[in-house]
Design a protein. Structure first.
Length: 446
């Protein structure tokens, strides 16, 4: 990851205070990847699972880095190195002090599904009123989040920070850096179970966002009991179908099958059959209204919003419709995507392409079987599976559905092209590690 620094002098001021070092070099940006170095960047050498950034320090300096933060001096003859036993920790400390310079709403978003989609929608809506700073793509980890915070400037009216977690304690650590004033947990579901072991640990980890708010505001989805049961002593804004919510909502169908929402007595036509999108809208409306964005502006922004790449992104190749939900998958998001596919009307088959749902630990078999059960209950005509875990899904699909399993993506694509007809709808879903976007690109001729 690489960022440009909006204010080099202020960054150096904090940096020198923390390190008790005098830095004469110019710093125009920060990079954790030696291949992306630009002139006068600060290079942070991070040790990962596969590579050690220390090994690329000389390369980064040769490419124009002003100096490097390393966790071990490789060669004392290499100048412009600063030794830090914890480079990520040092940058996190700097980011924390940087964030404290700004008295603006900082909205933290986490959850098992829909973090990035909700963040992008909220950014689009709030842009009607504020100059918005927000997490780019899904840079929501202990490495990328501090760098994101360092891009806040005095011109920003609000910041939206996405927070991801793969193990207990992750959200608390990110909150310690971010110091959010508002918190939104989209949902809590069984995801990344290899790191968490059980749903209770996931709930506890995600719940740290609310507990870190102190005098802030939490936005609570009343329909998700794992979210609504999180204890929080500050101001709580609720949304959902209950009339007792602060933003009571009714979801109903228009004559053309698309969804419409009535939120706190305001009608919103969303021109989509995607229930997950509708739920994201409800959450974002609650946040936007608390930040004084007018309803007319909210509706205008919803109508001009395009979903992030690979997240229920509808594409047309001239013959059939592709629902590209290939970015990631867990049980809840896959079930929701199937409902979306099932809601499509008109002629043509409904085709489901599923890659493995990863990081589910001992729950993998039961959750992949649950997908088969869902497919059997819907109007799905064709199911193709790819990977190892999805063999379970394929096994439990009923015989009346055309089904086939593949270990090779190219063969899957060839088969798909042979059986696909005009007006078919194709949903493509799978975990990030399965790279299911390759199938989307093949179908689109990219």
């Amino acid at each position: 990851m690489r960022i440009d620094l909006p204010n080099s002098n202020e960054f150096k001021e904090i940096f020198c205070t923390l390190t008790k070092k005098t830095i004469e070099y110019k710093i125009s940006g920060i990079s954790t990847d030696s291949r992306n170095i630009k002139e006068n960047d600060l290079y942070i050498a991070i040790k990962g699972e596969k590579f050690d950034g220390n090994d690329f320090t000389k390369d980064a300096l040769n490419r124009g880095a002003s100096f490097a933060i390393v966790h071990q001096l490789q060669n004392e003859k290499i100048e412009r190195q600063l030794l830090s036993l914890n480079p990520i920790g040092l940058i996190s400390e700097i980011a924390t002090l940087w964030r404290e310079r700004f008295n603006i709403p900082v909205i933290g978003i986490t959850g098992s599904n829909g973090k990035t989609s909700t963040k992008e929608l909220l950014k689009h809506i709030l842009s009607a009123k504020f100059d918005i700073h927000a997490t780019k793509e899904n840079f929501n980890t202990s490495i990328s989040l501090p760098l994101t915070l360092l891009q806040i400037t005095k011109y920003h009216g609000a910041s939206i920070i996405e927070m991801g977690a793969n193990q207990p304690g992750d959200i608390q650590r990110l909150c310690n850096i971010t110091k959010p004033t508002h918190g939104l947990i989209t949902n809590i579901a069984p995801a990344h179970l290899e790191g968490f072991k059980n749903i209770e640990t996931i709930a506890s980890t995600k719940g740290a966002l609310f507990k870190s708010l102190k005098d802030g505001i939490s936005f609570v989805n009343e329909a998700d009991k794992r979210v609504s049961n999180i204890s929080f002593e500050g101001k709580k804004i609720t949304y959902g179908v209950s009339s007792n919510c602060d933003y009571p909502t009714d979801i109903h169908n228009e004559n053309d099958g698309t969804l419409a929402l009535t939120i706190d007595a305001h009608e919103l036509k969303i021109k989509s059959t995607n229930l997950s999108f509708a739920k994201n809208i409800i959450a974002c409306c609650a946040v936007a209204r608390e930040l004084q964005v007018k309803w007319d502006a909210i509706e205008d922004r919803i109508h001009t919003f395009n979903p992030p790449k690979g997240r229920c992104e509808v594409k047309y190749n001239g013959n059939y419709t592709i629902i590209d939900d290939s970015y990631n998958a867990n049980l809840e998001s896959t079930l929701a995507a199937l409902d979306y596919l099932n809601a499509f009307s008109g002629s043509g088959n409904k085709i489901f392409i599923l890659g493995d749902m990863l990081e589910l630990g001992t729950s993998s078999e039961s959750q992949h079987r649950e997908i088969a059960k869902k497919c059997n209950d819907l109007n799905i005509n064709v199911i193709m599976t790819y990977g190892t875990e999805t063999k379970i899904t394929n096994k439990y699909i009923k015989e009346s559905i055309y089904k086939k399993h593949f270990d090779d993506k190219s063969k899957l694509c060839d088969e798909l092209k042979n059986i696909t007809n005009k007006n078919d709808k194709i949903l493509i879903k799978g975990s990030r590690g399965m790279k299911m976007e390759n199938i989307v690109e093949n179908l689109m001729g990219i």
